[in-house]
Design a protein around this ligand. Structure first.
Ligand code: NIG
Ligand code: FE
Length: 417
């Protein structure tokens, strides 16, 4: 099956040379594009692309294809990769949203049993089918906004049965959705009330009861811990990550949202694929990430929603580090899966250039979920996940025009959705 997209105003983020697994430091500002381009897809893969301005390009753009799409006036981008979400949950939490406006902090709400525990209670009461339906609708919304790959965490279970239920929902989504999905076991997301004051017993439960069952059913790719002040300690985190690694799960953790907590260091020590949040970063944290295989991942939606300090993205890029940006889609701190908005916030709030912001939300997030060999750019042999925009004026218009859906058509695995 051949699909031809022709007359593309600009084909963005192509890799004609060697494929990179991530972009770091100055590389983040590099972005290859082709004006007046064609793109050829064979089955689920990108077969060829180029300019329509040469004779051979013109011929290719007129070649026989089963499906031809004329993209005149429109641009083509690789789909976003959203490497950090908590998409499976039962209820929204707008009452806590109002509590926060009235002055309560996220940690104060958590201490009195709200926050993650509020979601865990509702999620425990919901059936697997109900959770699946809700998650399916959210996934569909993410896709309409241009997301083609997504990481999904458990973490609103906080009991063995409930965590397994969430992970099974993620498995079903993975089996039935055209999006590329990776699953992350976040049993250590919150400390249930009955374990307050002796949270090491909950850590034991995660390690000795939950993990073996998660691994036996092959339900997760990654292991996560909310390593932060008021949540899990560095020691708790180290124990859980070590146990997860024994079961073949690579760490991918929450770190440094509330405080400089040692989360970045423990993540790097255990070769986490990413450390996420990073609102609180000192020089030591930046130093420690240098030379590592760990992707620093910023979650602009969460900092926006909670009015947190901004992670020092520019300082990290200037230090030669890569930076990824994901949605953190969840009911408590970032109730939006809109990666176009993340792209805009990357520029507006973190002062990334549009090119850097694109690398942060595609290639680098693909790396942060272990799929950048197949996704994150337009490259021959990569999976054909891309979107065609509405008629727009330029690449820069994508982050500039925040709040508007600029995506007209989404192609996943070579098929129009
Ligand atoms: O990534 N920080 C920890 N976990 C989520 C929030 C979860 C919630 O409040 O429900 C986050 O922001
Ligand atoms: Fe999160």
């Amino acid at each position: 099956m051949l699909t031809l997209i022709k007359n593309i105003k600009e084909l963005v983020q192509v890799e004609s040379g060697q494929h990179k697994l991530r972009a770091q430091g100055k590389e983040m500002a590099q972005m290859e594009t082709i004006k007046n381009a064609y793109l050829i897809v064979e089955d689920d893969k990108i077969k060829d692309f180029g300019t329509m301005e040469t004779e051979s390009g013109k011929r290719k753009a007129e070649s026989e294809a089963d499906i031809v799409v004329d993209a005149t006036g429109r641009m083509v981008f690789p789909t976003f990769c959203d490497s950090h979400t908590h998409l499976v949950y039962a209820n929204s939490r707008e009452l806590e949203f109002v509590d926060k406006i009235r002055g309560l902090s996220y940690e104060e709400i958590a201490k009195r049993g709200g926050g993650i525990l509020n979601s865990a209670k509702a999620t425990a009461a919901a059936s697997e089918d109900e959770l699946y339906e809700l998650a399916q609708q959210r996934l569909d919304e993410a896709m309409r906004l241009g997301t083609g790959a997504i990481e999904i965490k458990s973490g609103y279970g906080l009991s063995t049965e409930s965590e397994l239920k969430l992970l099974r929902v993620i498995r079903r989504l993975r089996e039935n959705s055209p999006l590329t999905i990776r699953s992350n076991f976040l049993g250590a997301h919150g400390i249930p009330m009955e374990y307050r004051g002796h949270q090491e017993d909950y850590v034991d439960l995660v390690i000795n009861e939950m993990l073996p069952r998660v691994a036996a059913e092959g339900l997760a790719d990654f292991i996560d811990v909310f390593c932060d002040q008021g949540f899990f300690t560095v020691d708790d985190t180290a124990r859980i990550l070590e146990a997860g690694i024994k079961y073949g799960l690579r760490p991918k953790i929450h770190a440094n949202e509330m405080a400089i907590s040692g989360g970045v260091q423990v993540g790097v020590k255990y070769n986490a694929i990413s450390v996420d949040h990073l609102e609180q970063m000192g020089d030591a944290e930046i130093e420690c990430l240098k030379g590592s295989d760990t992707m620093p991942t910023i979650l602009p939606g969460c900092a926006f929603f909670l009015n947190l300090p901004l992670s020092p993205a520019r300082r990290m890029i200037e230090a030669g580090l890569p930076v990824a940006m994901a949605s953190d889609y969840n009911p408590g701190t970032s109730p939006s899966c809109n990666m176009q908005l993340v792209l805009s916030m990357a520029c507006i709030r973190y002062r990334l250039t549009p090119e850097e912001a694109l690398n942060a939300t595609t290639l680098n997030t693909a790396y942060a979920m272990g799929v950048s060999d197949q996704l994150g750019t337009i490259a021959v042999g990569k999976r054909a996940n891309f979107f065609i925009t509405k008629p727009i004026s330029s690449l820069e218009y994508m982050p500039y025009s925040f709040g508007e859906n600029k995506v007209e058509l989404v192609f996943l695995n070579g098929k129009r959705k």
